[in-house]
Design a protein around this ligand. Sequence first.
Ligand code: NAD
Length: 235
Amino acid sequence: MIFILTGAGISQESGIPTFRDAGGLWEGENVEDVATPRGFARNPDRVLDFYNARRRNLLDPAVAPNAAHQALARLEAAVAARGGEVLLVTQNVDNLHERAGSKNLLHMHGEMLKARCQLCGEVMRWEGDLTRQSVCPSCAGPGRLRPHIVWFEEMPLYMPEIEQALNRCRLFVSVGTSGNVYPAAGFVSLARRAGADTLELNLERSLGASRFRDGRYGKASAIVPAWVDEVLGGQ
Ligand code: NAD
């Protein structure tokens, strides 16, 4: 099984700013204010507005999957046709992997195009703006919807499935992630301990680059398709 972890870098060329790079999404915004439960409790309008802007950006017709997203979908289909498995775990909250055709996909940090009701727990597709007046279509409770996003200090989703997959993968590949955000940054060490080979694909060496056996550096739209061609050609 091939385990692929992706981060904001894979979507950068699709027009979605990354987290910490110059010109990135969080420049000028304090993470504490817009990406923690405390920030939301303190100023819900500011947090809802921040995500409303990100959601509108994602729905811009110019934003589309790039060659890296497409290559990972192609890899999954080709490996599955040969009886193998590719699991894609993304830290991204955009929907570009599914739009490219990836199916075996876990969004560990939630999804921008979903909302969650804090009263009844229902998770629903949500493409418009979220406001404090938005009403939950499931329980009809007003004012308790929040973005379905895992904030700092919250538990990522699907952790049991992810840990199980890290234990059985033979190859762990990280694409476009800075190795700053835990627990995802620790996955490479868990996979390695379980015996997997490890590869980093990133614009430049990340903070955790030394934990990988191998690394290829450059834009995701170039290095990811090249690596996929190599894997499929060599099998
Ligand atoms: P990060 O911003 O911390 O790091 C991005 C990494 O991508 C960097 O190492 C950078 O060198 C690399 N990169 C930038 N452009 C690239 C390119 N064209 N090709 C290849 N690599 C490139 O992102 P992270 O590690 O994913 O952590 C950020 C957190 O913020 C995540 O939890 C994620 O949920 C969230 N986030 C998501 C999105 C999204 O959904 N697209 C965007 C921004 C932030």
